[in-house]
Ligand binder design. Structure first.
Ligand code: NAD
Length: 499
């Protein structure tokens, strides 16, 4: 079993994977990969050029006909083998995620486990791609549907879940018989390479899965490439929309997850102990760098004082620090110095607009890593920028409202639509919330209502562009197209054959 440290040591530079061969980029520029806990550069990602994309797409295109012809149960065999390899290497992958992303080990294990569950789901591909049929739908005519793969599919992933988000995409795409080109975030390329290496070891034929690197130039080359059939993107909303427009205007299928601002409402009748635990986990887990981060807390009249006191005590006790090899740390750094400075500026701006910093994350003393402490901004109002903008860091905005109705009305003004949670012991309040919130994932006493592999990741509004979401059976529909077959056979075959 190869350790992650040995795996990284195999390469002088971050390589591309094309046709099951590790290879270099045609370009010379690179961007640094940091260990965010220490602020040290640990690798360099090639900035990539359009010619890299051409090579990878060609390998994927050449591999498509034979991979698509492999019977679905045989494709599943490769995925079962991949599942075994992932299970054996889970801890190494988690360690690699802490190294390049800065998550705690526990968060990193969650990241890979959620991806692992998608592989398990994809192992059922024969069942998942079965069609429908109606015998004798007209005289001597039978009808049935078949689902067929699309061709070369592309995945473009963000930095915050180096394993899970890429694994929302490629296990389903290749299980359906497509070939794939992954473009991971340039900030966290190593986890993707480790996942790719295990796919090769699982016996995936050359060209079925390929990896390229880079930023805008490479992403746009993928989106406009004539041999690419479908694009899965996850990242910030502005880029999600751009990718969606580039792809769909060329007739490609696109599913594009964007940014978010997820509201939590704590009702006066909630169980405060468990609500505090859930709100802290949702707001500060992964240092707030989650598209399901509970970044806005609304507290209607009656909840205020006692709950906020309990919340502040829990937040101030969180152990923040270097996550590489430190198992007791509860919150790590943010991804890089730029993110830390942007979040600090956001806190400053909110305070200048009248928010009260109950806990101020800018007081962290570490000068090497990219750290902020968890921040509580009280008395945030809907006219402040911090109310509308995704912060993507360890900052919780607290908004005082009068009623559940007012909370829902304000939450529905936000431009995003990933998740929202209510904490209550009243079924009527929970039901009203679930029905009236304009977003795709609802939690009732659940801090992060992120669905597991069998359900779609159902963003709305600026949190998702497209129709069929990532994961679950919608993922299978996205990566296949339907064919309807009508056949007429004369059952009087003996006469026809002259028997
Ligand atoms: P990002 O948008 O900066 O980058 C995402 C991907 O796009 C990366 O692979 C990156 O290399 C590429 N990219 C960067 N700039 C580009 C450009 N100008 N043109 C084309 N491609 C470009 O996002 P990030 O900072 O890596 O990730 C954080 C964002 O992702 C947050 O907004 C978060 O909410 C969102 N996110 C959304 C979901 C979801 O399911 N909706 C899940 C995870 C993260």
């Amino acid at each position: 079993m190869e350790k992650a440290t040995d795996f990284i040591g195999r390469f002088n530079h971050v390589p591309l994977l094309i046709g099951n061969q590790w290879t270099g980029s045609g370009g010379n520029d690179t961007t640094p990969v940091y260990n965010p806990s220490k602020g040290q550069v640990i690798a360099h990602t090639p900035s990539g050029i359009a010619e890299d994309v051409d090579r990878a797409v060609k390998a994927a295109k050449d591999a498509f006909p034979s991979w698509a012809a492999v019977p679905a149960p045989k494709r599943a065999d490769t995925l079962f083998h991949y599942r075994e390899l992932l299970a054996q290497h889970m801890e190494h992958i988690a360690w690699l995620i802490t190294l390049e992303n800065g998550k705690t080990m526990e968060e990193a294990r969650g990241d890979i486990r959620r991806g692992f569950e998608v592989v398990e789901f994809a192992c059922g591909i024969a069942h998942l791609t079965k069609g429908e049929n109606l015998g004798q739908l007209a005289a001597e005519i039978d009808g049935l549907t078949m689902r067929e793969p699309l061709g070369v599919c592309v995945g473009i992933s963000p930095f915050n879940f180096p394993a899970m988000v890429a694994m929302w995409m490629f296990p389903l795409a290749i299980a359906c018989g497509n070939t794939f080109v992954l473009k991971p975030s340039e900030k966290v390329p190593l986890t993707a390479l480790y996942l790719a290496d295990l796919l090769v070891k699982a016996g995936l034929p050359a060209g079925v899965f390929n990896v390229v690197h880079g930023g805008r130039e490479v992403v746009e080359a993928l989106c406009v490439h004539p041999d690419v059939a479908a694009i899965s993107f996850v990242g910030s909303s502005e880029i999600a929309l751009r990718v969606y427009q580039l792809g769909t205007s060329r007739g490609k299928r696109v599913q594009a997850g964007g940014g978010a601002k997820n509201v939590h409402i704590v009702m006066p009748d909630a169980d405060f102990d468990s609500a505090v635990r859930a709100v802290v986990g949702a707001a500060f887990g992964c240092s707030g760098q989650r598209c399901m981060a509970g970044s806005t807390l609304m507290i209607p009249n009656g909840t205020d004082a006692a709950f906020l006191q309990q919340l502040k005590e829990a937040v101030d006790q969180l152990l923040v620090g270097d996550t590489t090899g430190q198992l007791d740390v509860q919150m790590g750094p943010v991804i890089d110095g730029q993110a830390r400075d942007r979040i600090s500026d956001t806190i400053q701006h909110a305070v200048s607009q009248g928010a009260k910093a109950m806990s101020d994350g800018r007081t962290h003393q570490d000068t090497d890593g990219f750290f902020l402490l968890p921040t509580l901004l009280d008395e945030v109002s809907p006219d402040m920028e911090v109310f509308h903008r995704e912060v993507f860091g360890p900052v919780l905005s607290i908004v005082h409202t009068s009623t559940l109705d007012e909370s829902i009305r304000l939450a529905n003004k936000l431009p995003f639509g990933n998740g929202a949670t209510i904490y209550t012991s009243n079924g009527g309040a929970a039901r009203k919330f679930a029905r009236e919130m304009k977003c795709g994932m609802i939690g009732v006493n659940v801090g992060v209502p992120a669905p597991m592999a069998i359900f779609p990741f159902s963003g709305w509004n600026q949190s998702f562009y497209g129709d069929l979401h990532l994961q679950g059976t919608e993922g299978i529909l996205f990566y296949t197209r339907q064919k309807v077959l009508l056949s007429r056979w004369d059952t009087n075959y003996e006469r026809i054959n002259g028997w």
